[in-house]
Design a binder for this molecule. Structure first.
Ligand code: ADP
Length: 348
């Protein structure tokens, strides 16, 4: 007879630990179980849950998102950092508050769902749009460096060499929107240009303001900024792709000088008058390279037809003049004082 010996229990490490994902979910192959129930989520070869693909409505439901914290406040509502319960993926959830009729809000949510499906590395991915409890929420790719607006608050100005590297990516995003998708962004501004620790720069929120604005019932309640609007747009005339180029020029000029190019006015009408009647802003030639000044002037022209397209601007000498420096935006974004440290805390 065998002597009863010590029970040979598997170590904790090899049992629970082996099956637990980082978010505390029990996993065995594609099967995931946590306090919220049971789910089949396809795994990659490395055993990680597959990342959510854009508009993959089967994978993404608003109940699957755990709120972590508010990461931004915009003109139309809050942006929250949330975590997908099943894959552990971080997502930015933009909640749009519109004080308008329920049926129009529902219609806006539906239109957003259709229009936001783009796939380009220079444009923030939209995973899904929800309409829940009267609120429109958009699930967006989380950009851990926040926006250029946030970044500017810490660095105040961006040196030309870094600006050229940032601008190149924004222009590639605009090229994609204008030339491939035939979409006018309509609301390009520092808070809609997002950055991450990999040094990536992506355009966000395209089409959102257009869809919201097209619903005339709430035109009065949507208080976006007019600051970056081209003369033809701010004065209510027909506007097109070139209106985005004007906005790009103002954003780049603001990043280079640390100041918004128009004097701070008290009212919309003061801004309207300055944009429409005054000469267009330009880069100070005693502080900036001739290439940068020329780039800004190719964007900021009062007559839309005098502005260069995204495609032409990509060949502008300003964008290649610092190529020899091999600029590393990842290093710049992480060391120049962006909120990336917050991301590291969340990830732990
Ligand atoms: P606005 O209404 O002015 O366009 P948003 O509501 O889009 O601004 O964004 C407000 C702020 O929320 C941004 O400045 C940024 O800090 C943060 N934010 C927005 N989208 C994201 C995202 N996808 N990832 C990380 N932060 C974001």
């Amino acid at each position: 007879m065998r002597k009863p010996g010590k029970l040979d229990l598997p170590s904790h490490e090899s049992t629970i630990g082996k099956f637990l994902t980082q978010s505390g979910t029990f996993r065995d192959g594609d099967l995931l179980v946590n306090k919220d129930g049971l789910r089949i989520v396809p795994q990659s070869e490395e055993g990680e849950a597959n990342q959510i693909e854009p508009l993959d409505s089967h994978q993404l439901s608003i109940d699957d998102l755990d709120a972590i914290k508010v990461i931004g406040k915009g003109s139309s509502g809050n942006v929250q950092l949330v975590r997908h319960k099943w894959t552990g993926q971080f997502i930015a959830l933009k909640v749009i508050q519109l004080n308008i009729q329920e049926n129009i809000r529902r219609q806006i949510a539906q239109e957003l769902k259709i229009s936001l499906s783009t796939q380009c590395q220079y444009v923030v991915t939209c995973y899904q749009c929800f309409y829940v409890n009267g609120l429109i929420s958009i699930a967006l790719e989380y950009m851990d460096g926040g926006s250029l607006a946030d970044f500017l608050k810490t660095v105040r100005t961006v040196p030309e060499a870094y600006l050229a590297a940032i601008c190149k990516q924004v222009l590639k995003g605009l090229m994609y929107l204008h030339h491939e998708k035939h979409i006018i962004h309509r609301d390009l501004k520092p808070s809609n240009i997002l950055i991450n620790h990999r040094g990536e720069v992506k355009i966000s929120d395209f089409g959102v303001s257009a869809i919201i604005a097209s619903s005339s019932a709430q035109r009065d309640t949507f208080t976006g900024t007019f600051n970056y609007m081209a003369p033809e747009r701010i004065s209510g005339q027909r506007h097109g792709y070139m209106s985005d180029i004007w906005s790009l020029g103002l954003v780049m000029l603001e990043c280079a000088t640390g100041n918004f190019p128009y004097p701070p006015g008290d009212s919309f009408y003061e801004l309207l008058e300055a944009v429409v009647d005054k000469p267009p802003p330009s880069a100070p030639s005693d502080q900036h390279s001739p290439e940068f000044c020329s780039f800004i002037s190719a964007c900021i022209q009062k007559n839309a037809t005098d502005r260069s397209s995204a495609q032409i601007l990509l060949d502008h000498p300003f964008l290649s003049m610092y190529d020899d420096l091999n600029i590393d935006l990842s290093d710049y974004f992480t060391t120049a004082g962006s909120p990336l440290a917050t991301f590291k805390q969340i990830a732990l």
